[in-house]
Design a protein around this ligand. Structure first.
Ligand SMILES: Cc1cc2nc3c(=O)[nH]c(=O)nc-3n(C[C@H](O)[C@H](O)[C@H](O)COP(=O)(O)O)c2cc1C
Ligand code: SF4
Ligand code: SF4
Length: 263
């Protein structure tokens, strides 16, 4: 059965998940959303999968834009895996609604909790509050893997997983403003003297939000807030104002810089 898995990943969790699922299916192509979003996107195939991180209790901007853009149909078996840090809220319901508007459906969708590789502390009142009301945290992909594969392989239905109702309600309420605010969060990136003008940050940014001007990266206020530039800079020359003093560059252990070079 021809399958396409579209993924967005900044620090490797979603790429790992997408590849692991693809390894278990036949005739499957794994496609980076940032790489194809500005092209004529081919969504043919009997099975379509989406793998993405959860950002601000919902879909990342780039995933939402991608879903709006693509064509799908009701005969396709559509599945999704959202990877998160523990407060997924109603993200998969957001996706299901978007797909239904396009005449398709989300047949099976799963949440998994993975290590978070952001340099910012999660120890802030709103995040703590959302974590407290979200309910039981999702299990890791490693723990869910056999069940997820079984369901997808057999084209079974699986209800969109979600947090507790109050968390979903508040998450949905907060998501729109929060995700919009991410666009200008790049005002807080700082580049230090270690920068050797290699242009890697420009080449990996999923939103083409970095331009090298006079030999230095300049952020363009269309940020996904994914921290890919900071985490993958070969010289560790990018910092974020207000990040934890002991924050170090980090990513999924199997992720490699070459997987994130987009152009
Ligand atoms: C800007 C940003 C916002 C995030 N918001 C949430 C969130 O609302 N809930 C949550 O559980 N995890 C959140 N996370 C954690 C990511 O969803 C999680 O680390 C994900 O697995 C990253 O996937 P990747 O490694 O493929 O990029 C956020 C991470 C970032 C960078
Ligand atoms: S990736 Fe790092 S070293 Fe290379 S241009 Fe960007 S900031 Fe400078
Ligand atoms: S500028 Fe950095 S944080 Fe913003 S979208 Fe690009 S890679 Fe991600």
């Amino acid at each position: 059965m021809a399958t396409k898995i579209f993924y967005f990943s900044a620090t490797g969790n979603c790429l790992f998940v997408a590849r692991k699922i693809a390894d278990e299916l036949s005739n499957t192509t794994v496609i980076s959303i940032p790489q194809v979003i500005n092209t004529d996107i081919d969504t043919s195939g009997e099975m379509i999968g989406f793998v993405f991180p959860i950002y601000a209790w919902g879909l990342p901007n780039i995933v939402e834009d991608f879903i709006k853009k693509i064509k799908l149909n009701k005969d396709q078996y559509i599945f999704a895996v959202g990877t998160c840090g523990g407060t997924p809220c109603g993200t998969l319901l957001q996706l299901k609604k978007m797909l239904q508007k396009k005449g398709a459906d989300l047949n099976a969708s799963f949440l998994v909790k993975e290590n978070s590789y952001t340099p910012l502390s999660n120890d802030v009142p709103l995040i703590r509050f959302m974590m407290n009301i979200a309910g039981k945290q999702p299990l890791s992909f490693k723990e869910r893997f056999p069940q997820i594969i079984e369901i997808i392989k057999n084209n079974q239905k699986h209800k969109a997983e979600r947090s507790k109702p109050l968390a979903n309600f508040l998450g949905t309420l907060l998501h729109g403003a929060a995700i919009k605010s991410f666009k200008t969060m790049d005002n807080n990136f700082i580049v230090n003297e270690k920068c050797n003008q290699c242009q890697t940050c420009e080449k990996i940014c999923p939103q083409q939000n970095i331009k090298i001007i006079d030999g230095k990266p300049k952020w363009q206020n269309n940020c996904e807030f994914c921290f890919s530039c900071l985490q993958w800079c070969p010289k560790n020359a990018i910092q974020y104002k207000g990040s934890s003093p002991d924050a170090k560059q980090s990513h999924h252990p199997e992720a490699k810089l070459k997987d994130f070079i987009l152009r």
